[in-house]
Design a protein around this ligand. Structure first.
Ligand code: CUA
Length: 323
């Protein structure tokens, strides 16, 4: 179903933000946006009609003798027509349009399947084929139906990428699903849309939609084991990581680090953000994050890491080498 969309209006209505539901770049989001515009137009027409009737009622003066029974008939017609028939038609059509929209959203091929798990307060993305686990950045091929199966490790979260699809809850003990189908390459902001604790507002992720060939290249890169330490400093950072509490919570494929409590770090340096969107992934923030995550993201489950001050630059060198 395709309904007309007024070009450019979304920019106006969403203010300076172009990442909202009114700038859809995915098929499901497009359907939702079209329904929204249709409802706005219909509501506008009804509102203008109502205003016109209101003005008529204010200025209308009966001429000469009032025919009581004619007036009563007229009133009844307005009450029945405008109060029962018209709303019934409007609501019934909106209901049908909604159902058609939902049906259109459910037609999917699901060529790529990803298990997304919400944690307080970050996201894990596990690709089913090939077997690959990443965090906080979800790469998808454009022009492809990607089924995202939604799970939670703790409380209820809600998976929402406004430009690509509707939002859907991640509920303990059950699996929901939705489909992402990006029509254009780009980075799309995703966020948790269900209050889940103190860092609910810092539970963001990015969906990175790239052309299929680039997606394949990304998969190949991600399937490589982590980069080996190449300098003495990186080696020292590696040793620090493996002998500290880091390795108990984080996994780095190809190394003894196999913790499952925090995000996988195999290709950590390729990510743009730290702490699920809490800070940019640069050396300064990373140092602060490792030493005291609570100063950047109070309430996050990562405890401060006790490492010797002289080991910190080496640890950062190692983490930054994990491209
Ligand atoms: Cu997770 Cu809000």
């Amino acid at each position: 179903m395709r309904l007309p969309v007024v070009a450019g209006s979304s920019v106006l209505l969403t203010g300076c933000s172009l990442s909202g539901t009114l700038a859809p770049r995915g098929t499901d989001a497009r359907i939702a946006a079209d329904i929204w515009w249709f409802m706005l137009a219909l509501g506008g027409v009804i509102f203008v009609g109502w205003l016109a009737l209101f003005v008529v009622a204010m200025v209308r003066r009966p001429k000469g003798e009032v025919d009581e029974s004619h007036e009563r008939r007229l009133h009844r017609r307005f009450i029945v027509g405008g109060g029962i028939v018209l709303p019934s038609i409007v609501f019934a059509s909106l209901f049908v349009i909604d159902l058609l929209g939902i049906a259109a959203m459910q037609q999917t091929d699901d060529e790529v399947v990803v298990d997304a798990t919400g944690y307080q307060f970050w996201w894990e993305f596990a690709y089913v084929q090939p077997d690959l686990v990443t965090a906080n950045e979800l790469y998808i091929p454009t022009g492809t139906d990607v089924q995202v199966r939604l799970h939670t490790a703790d409380v209820i979260h809600s998976f929402w990428v406004p430009q690509l699809s509707g939002k859907r809850d991640m509920i303990p003990g059950r699996t929901n699903a939705l489909t992402l189908h990006a029509t254009e390459p780009g980075r799309y902001l995703g966020e948790c849309a269900e209050f889940c604790g103190v860092q609910h507002a810092n539970m963001r992720f990015e969906v990175v939609a790239v052309p299929p060939a680039e997606y394949q290249q990304w998969l190949d890169d991600m399937l490589e084991p982590a980069a080996e330490p190449r300098t003495a400093s990186q080696q020292r950072g590696y040793d620090t990581f493996m002998s500290s509490s880091c390795a108990a919570c984080h996994a780095i494929r190809g190394t003894p680090a196999d913790g499952q409590l925090g995000p996988a770090l195999t290709h950590f340096a390729s990510r743009r953000w730290l702490g699920s969107g809490a800070a940019p992934n640069d050396r300064g923030h990373l140092g602060g994050w490792v030493v005291n995550p609570q100063s950047i993201k109070p309430g996050s489950t990562m405890p401060p890491v006790e490492i010797a001050a002289e080991d910190l630059p080496a640890l950062l060198d190692y983490l930054e080498s994990l491209e």
